[in-house]
Design a protein around this ligand. Sequence first.
Ligand code: 4NP
Length: 162
Amino acid sequence: MAQPTRLLFVCLGNICRSPSGENVMRHLIEEESLTDAFELDSAGTAGWHIGKSPDSRMTAAALGRGIEMKGRARQVKATDFATFDYIFAMDRSNYEDLIEVKSQCETPSAKLQLFCELCEEHEEKEVPDPYYGGPEGFEKVLDLLEDGCASFLRDWRKENER
Ligand code: 4NP
């Protein structure tokens, strides 16, 4: 069997946006019976919330769409650039921080990309940080993630003929 495609979603704290990216994608690949074809994870550029579960507001919003939130926060590390095929940054600040992390990896092979480049139905360039805002921010995060993840999967299917 072909090697799994390895995707890492990265935001600042790894308790709102990136665990949602990971779990939205997991939900989609489970629906499409593609779980063996992928390895998914998420991480934060900051280490503030290491070991914590996803934010309860984010978890509730995801559950409202039938998406279960799993995982514990961790900080991104240089070797992630050698382990993953794609690393998706939620915003430009994450992207800039990831370029610095990548520079510490001896054999970086991951493709680093702003997540919103995947989106087909949204014009936004970044997934906005919902942490200090109201409930609509968490819904916006999910709108963008569902769009980008579905679009990635469509393209992946074309390339992998499944
Ligand atoms: P995330 O959201 O980067 O999407 O996980 C945040 C979580 C926590 C904080 C900021 C953003 N914080 O300041 O603790």
